[in-house]
Structure formats: structure tokens, C-alpha cells
Design a binder for this molecule. Structure first.
Ligand code: 13P
Length: 256
């Protein structure tokens, strides 16, 4: 059985002090809820202080991106070796990095591979744009993105891979995919591609999250879908109460 996950992607929100205050406020609320993995992904600069604040808890940290190379002349970038020992997870391929930083399918694949090579677990984000959705290209785009992202990643490595389906039109818009839409793509396209690439057993063992305006009000209906294993949450993860609530709702929705 797949262990659910609730991951907060803070994007460019919260100063170091605000991040530490969040960690202090949340740690007694969500520590020890071992039936679900709880992950917070603050800005790079807040990672060391948050790691310290969360010491002794089972709340995991993630980074929001990683460079494709281990080191080099890449001003402003952060590499996998720099994140080793600091985070367990790293988001790669988030649509905002694809859109604003020019990250390509090939880059996402390189980022996932270098993360895995350094003991970091990639959360591979993917999903179609509004134009692609309206043009009826959702299935084809998602199938292409997932296959490209996983190129050369081995069956053994898949145990450390998490996938997040985030339709771009649902991110930060307040307009979530319906549970049926999300289930159809996650189960019918993404998990199907995993079965084709790695076989049914690995496809059934791989966690696939939904992201895009997930919040306490819609968390239950999304989480009861059989193929949705959790959430990658932006806005609603910034607030201690709503993040805690979504974790509790997810545990209940999965009957844990
Ligand atoms: P929102 O939850 O704010 O829509 O953001 C989703 C997201 O992009 C998480 O990575």
C-alpha cells in the first residue's frame, strides 16, 4: 500500500524568521502522524534554520528545485551535493520553473537523476497548460512529460520517486481539477505510463500527488480518489491551521 504524502511548496513565501515560526507552531500538531509523510519545502535560505527547528520530529524537509549539474559556473544555482544532509526531498519540474526559468523536459530528467544519485528523493511535477487542456492535449502532454522525466531512471530508483500532477490552470487560481479529472489523469495516464515503463507492481507502488488549489474544502474529495496519494500544496500550505487540517483530512480519507 502506498503511504500518503502531504507536501507544502512555499514557493517565494516566508522569511527565515517566518519559516521558523511556522516550524515551531506546527511541530507539535503534525509530529508523529506516521501514517502519512509530511513535507515542507521552504525557500533555500530557510532550510538550515528549519532543519534545526524540526530536529527530533519526523517532519521532512524538501527543496523547491535543484540544478542539473553537481557543481560549476552557474551563478545563483543550488546543486544536489549542497542539499545533501539538509533535505530528504526536492521538487523538480514545477511548472513555474518550466515557465519562468526555462526548465525543459530534458532538464527535469537530469534534475531527477542527479537528485537520486545524491540520495535525494525527487518530487517530479508535471501537468498541462490551459491551452493544452482546452485543445484536448492533456493526455498526450502528460504522457510525454512523465516518460521524458523518467528516462533512464531504474526500477530500483523508482522506490524513491514521487510524482505530482499539477494542471497549470489549477495552480494558484482557486480552480482545482475536479476529483474525477484528477483521478482520470493520475490513474489513467500517469500510472498507466508507469505500468508500461516499469510493470504493474512498480506502478502500483509509486506515489502520485495532486497539486493545484488543494485546500481543506476540497482535500477530502480529492484524497478519496483511489490513485491520488496526496497533495503538493501551495497557498493552503502557508497557514499552520489549513496545512494541519489537510493532513488530518488525508489520513481520514485514506481510512488510516
Ligand atoms: P496552489 O496550491 O497555490 O494552487 O499551488 C499548487 C502548487 O503549485 C504546488 O506546487
Amino acid at each position: 500500500m502506498r503511504k500518503p504524502m502531504m507536501a507544502g511548496n512555499w514557493k517565494m513565501h516566508k522569511t527565515i524568521a517566518e519559516a521558523v515560526a511556522f516550524a515551531e507552531a506546527i511541530k507539535n500538531r503534525i509530529n508523529g502522524l506516521v501514517s502519512i509523510d509530511r513535507v515542507v519545502c521552504p525557500a533555500y535560505v530557510a532550510l538550515p534554520a528549519m532543519k534545526q527547528a524540526l530536529t527530533g520530529t519526523d517532519i521532512a524537509l524538501g527543496a523547491q528545485d535543484v540544478h542539473t549539474q553537481a557543481q560549476g559556473a552557474y551563478t545563483s544555482c543550488i546543486s544536489a551535493p549542497m542539499l545533501q544532509g539538509l533535505v530528504d526531498y526536492v521538487i523538480v519540474g514545477h511548472s513555474e520553473t518550466r515557465q519562468y526559468l526555462g526548465v525543459t523536459d530534458a532538464d527535469v530528467n537530469q534534475k531527477a537523476k542527479i537528485a537520486l544519485a545524491h540520495g535525494l528523493k525527487p518530487i517530479i511535477a508535471m501537468g498541462e497548460s490551459l491551452e493544452q487542456n482546452e485543445a484536448g492535449q492533456t493526455e498526450a502532454v502528460c504522457d510525454r512529460q512523465i516518460r521524458a522525466a523518467l528516462d533512464g531512471i531504474t526500477s530500483a530508483q523508482m522506490a524513491n520517486v514521487v510524482i505530482a500532477y499539477e494542471p497549470i490552470w489549477a495552480i494558484g487560481t482557486g480552480k482545482n481539477a475536479t476529483p474525477e479529472q484528477a483521478q482520470a489523469i493520475i490513474g489513467g495516464v500517469v500510472r498507466k505510463a508507469l505500468a508500461d515503463l516499469y510493470g504493474e507492481e512498480i506502478a502500483q507502488a509509486t506515489r502520485i500527488l495532486y497539486g493545484g488549489s488543494m485546500k481543506p474544502a476540497n482535500c477530502h474529495e480529492l484524497m478519496v480518489q483511489p490513485d491520488i496519494d496526496g497533495g503538493l500544496v501551495g497557498g493552503a500550505s502557508l497557514d499552520v491551521e489549513s496545512f494541519t487540517e489537510m493532513i488530518e483530512i488525508a489520513i481520514q480519507a485514506k481510512g488510516l
